[in-house]
Design a protein around this ligand. Sequence first.
Ligand SMILES: NC(=O)c1ccc[n+]([C@@H]2O[C@H](COP(=O)([O-])OP(=O)(O)OC[C@H]3O[C@@H](n4cnc5c(N)ncnc54)[C@H](OP(=O)(O)O)[C@@H]3O)[C@@H](O)[C@H]2O)c1
Length: 406
Amino acid sequence: MAHAVVFPSWQVSRNDYGLICDYLSLTPENAIHERLLHYLAEAPFRQGPASGFAAYLAQLRLTPFRIARLDLVTKRLFPAHPFRQMINAVVALHECDGEGYAELSRAPSAPWLLPSLGAWGVGLVLSVSLTLPWLLWHGAAYALSSRAALSLDLRGKRVLITGVGRGLGYDLFILALEQGAQVIGTVRDEAAADRLRATLPATAPATIVAADLSVPGRLATTLEAGGVRPDQIDLAILSAGTKRDGASLLEVSALEATFRVNFFAPAELAAWLCPGAHDAVLVLISSIGRWHGMPFSGGYNASKAALSIWADGLAMERAAGATSSCHVLTVEPGLFASAMVRLTGLLRLLAVPRRQVALRVFAAAHQRRAVLRYPAGFTALTWGLCLAGRAVRTRVLATMKGPGDQ
Ligand SMILES: NC(=O)c1ccc[n+]([C@@H]2O[C@H](COP(=O)([O-])OP(=O)(O)OC[C@H]3O[C@@H](n4cnc5c(N)ncnc54)[C@H](OP(=O)(O)O)[C@@H]3O)[C@@H](O)[C@H]2O)c1
């Protein structure tokens, strides 16, 4: 069975593997890439997460130029860096292969020895003189941008995330594991739980729980039955959500079903989690769409408006010294690719990478922020539309969806 890239910061796609092989003058082989994926899937749990500037460097997309720079930098400064694990594993696996061993042990014949040594020395000087400014440039970019705040370490934290079978929940789940957390992920049913478990290495500290959030009280009772207590959770991210495109706001059964998953399930989980004597962070994934209505979406925007406003009030109860012991972070994302949205035309340009949303959610939770709206441009567009008045808003949004649209 072909393995997939599960942990993007640690594993290499077929294309990245090809680039590393080009750099090392090796011939890529599918069988070695398969073994590499398998071996590197365990790497986050052998090594522990990269943090700070090292984590920033691990997020860079690999190119031939960056591979040469990362090779030098990680060899000297970050020996446990994910890139070092990748490149060392590529060398080790090719060494065990007949053709790879021949390629790696190729040495220049006697007349070419001195010229080869000279070329190697010139190459090294050139590489160092390119790498130093590159490193300074990225060091400055890291220090000046908000990315410095994006590297986080979840070692020793117990994180609960809902809807981890796909979409944002899946990215949050993978990122939490990469960052060293023990993760309890929830999916809808046992079949989805088995599918997800099959993709993870046995060493991954993950517990997958099946709970249909459309059933009242199901999540808390399933967690309790699995021996999970509220005081064991440091961070809970309620990402699961549903949208019924095409369903009119007058279809009360669709409204109820939407509110059950998007509003009541998070509220029930908070009622289970927060009265405990600990200081957990509760992250509610709402939507920037909560600021305006949307036709034929089964009440999706209305359910997110309810969630955001409810969270606002819950934070006030905490500030007033009431029973809630959770810090509440409300996340109102703009657009990102998932099964929930159809990204056509301009919408494709407005969408942000899902992993970036996931990174920012963890960073905001770590900083104990009250609200995260990302990206800022989409928030500005949404608020602009709201400020433009009801007539403009209705003209723009009324045609976005029609009855029966999927
Ligand atoms: N995509 C966007 O542009 C966007 C923008 C703003 C906010 N959001 C919010 O971001 C969150 C993640 O959405 P996404 O875009 O990643 O959507 P997605 O890919 O459709 O994921 C939704 C997740 O929720 C789970 N879920 C839905 N109903 C459930 C139920 N009854 N029981 C258990 N699990 C259930 C799904 O599980 P199954 O796989 O079993 O269906 C899936 O894992 C949602 O709260 C969404 O409202 C998304």
